[in-house]
Design a protein around this ligand. Structure first.
Ligand code: ADP
Length: 419
């Protein structure tokens, strides 16, 4: 089997030349254009020899060599440095960084295949121990210097990102506030118009009114979600605590969703929880969490599926120094399309959509009808503001097999003192 040579080089003409020379000599040549890709290629390919240009961007050739030599299973691979700028001491520097040989550019077309064969047969260049020590003393501070530079660059980039994120939140907040006022007026006028014309309108006109009304309601819902998410992100969500009956909330959910579930021929199994003690929390907000979860469950479960909502009380495991709390575990299980493991955290990010935005139908209940991607982040934000948590478990995403998803909502049972 032909030997594999990894050539790490940013210059295309050099890559073409080496590919040609070594290819003709019977080697398999794989290439990487910078240090990080070079390290990855070395791990993936496990080549027989690495040809390393020292002047590559990002991690330079010295650093890439040191990195590859330190990785498990790669240390024995001979690395041959190639450099165009042969400064005094560069050979020793390359060998000190971990290279096993040193060739200068321009590449010697006649000799390269033979030189590679020698290194493959075990030939190694060495540097005297005292020289190596001196070059290591020079190499180490240079590495620390580069590290410091990179950390500074990263901190600057991070500050810029934080600023952009803040601007994004401000924009969403501003847009939502600006939209809210005319939408509220529109909602009011439509109501007045509908009342005034009630006697005269025919069925057709009434249907138009209903259509306009439900579109305005949907828009108001989106604007409200935008306001909620900016409050949650800023840690400014205000909860209005009072005694909360989970049984009342479950009844409300049943009333809100039984018709749409029926339309989709889904079985909506909502547990009877009359026996459960009262909770202490923001009832409106807890209802909002369950509405978001149940409307998603309906959306992402095909017609004829099943959605089950349950609740139970349990005691938090004791931790040293903290009073154990009583918690409510609410589970929402569906027989829907499921969620891939790598998406199970990401779906709680604001505006995150698993699918292409262009593809969704924006319906709250149609199968796979998408939304603004705010339902779950708001639900988690409200749960956390209560001192609770929300997560999902699913055996993967498969619209054919439908493995289903289970959302877990944990809320403290709470007391007036904790609110
Ligand atoms: P959206 O408004 O898009 O429904 P959400 O924040 O409520 O936004 O949900 C984010 C994404 O999580 C959805 O686009 C969907 O891909 C996925 N998702 C949410 N609930 C379920 C579920 N019960 N089954 C499968 N996927 C779900």
């Amino acid at each position: 089997m032909s030997k594999t040579i990894l050539y790490i080089e940013d210059d295309l003409s050099n890559r073409l030349l080496v590919r040609h020379l070594l290819g003709n000599a019977g080697y398999r040549v794989v290439e990487a254009v910078d240090g990080l890709n070079g390290v990855q290629a070395a791990q993936a390919e496990r080549p027989d020899l690495i040809l390393m240009d020292l002047g590559i961007p990002g991690l330079d050739g010295y650093e890439t060599t040191t990195r590859i030599k330190s990785l498990a299973g790669l240390g024995h691979i001979p690395i041959i440095a190639l450099t165009a700028t042969a400064r005094e001491g560069d050979r020793q520097r390359a060998l000190t960084a971990g290279c096993d040989g040193y060739l200068t550019k321009p590449i010697n077309v006649d000799r390269l295949p033979q030189q590679i064969a020698e290194f493959l047969n075990g030939f190694r260049e060495t540097v005297a121990a005292d020289e190596e020590k001196a070059y290591l003393r020079e190499y180490n501070p240079r590495l620390v210097d580069r590290l410091e530079q990179k950390i500074k660059e990263l901190s600057r980039a991070n500050q810029a990102l934080v600023h952009t994120d803040l601007m994004k939140s401000r924009f969403i907040n501003l847009a939502a506030h600006e939209l809210r006022t005319p939408l509220t007026a529109l909602h009011g006028y439509i109501g007045m118009l509908a009342t005034q014309l009630a006697a005269e309108t025919d069925e057709n006109t009434q249907q138009i009114f209903e259509g306009v009304n439900s579109s305005v309601d949907r828009l108001r819902g989106i604007v409200q979600d935008m306001l909620d998410i900016t409050r949650i992100e800023a840690g400014k969500l205000q909860l209005r605590h009072s005694p909360v009956s989970l049984a009342l909330i479950f009844n409300k959910i049943r009333r809100d969703f039984e018709n749409v579930a029926q339309k989709r021929q889904q079985r909506l199994a909502i547990a009877e929880v009359e026996h459960m003690p009262m909770m202490w929390g923001d009832g409106e907000r807890i209802t909002q969490i369950l509405r978001n979860l149940v409307s998603n469950a309906i959306k992402y479960t095909p017609d004829g599926g099943e959605i089950a909502l349950n609740a139970e009380i349990f005691n938090e495991p004791a931790t040293p120094g903290a009073e154990p709390r009583q918690l409510v575990r609410i589970t929402l299980r569906d027989t829907g399309i499921g969620i891939a493991p790598d998406q199970q955290e990401r779906i709680f990010e604001s505006f995150y959509e698993v699918r292409d935005i262009e593809l969704h139908s924006s319906s709250k209940t149609d199968f796979m009808g998408g939304g603004a991607g705010l339902g779950l982040p708001i639900a988690r934000g409200v749960a956390e503001a209560h001192g609770g948590s929300l997560w999902v478990e699913s055996n993967g995403h498969d619209p054919e097999r439908c493995p289903g998803s289970t959302f877990y909502l944990i809320l403290p049972l709470g007391t007036p003192a904790t609110g």
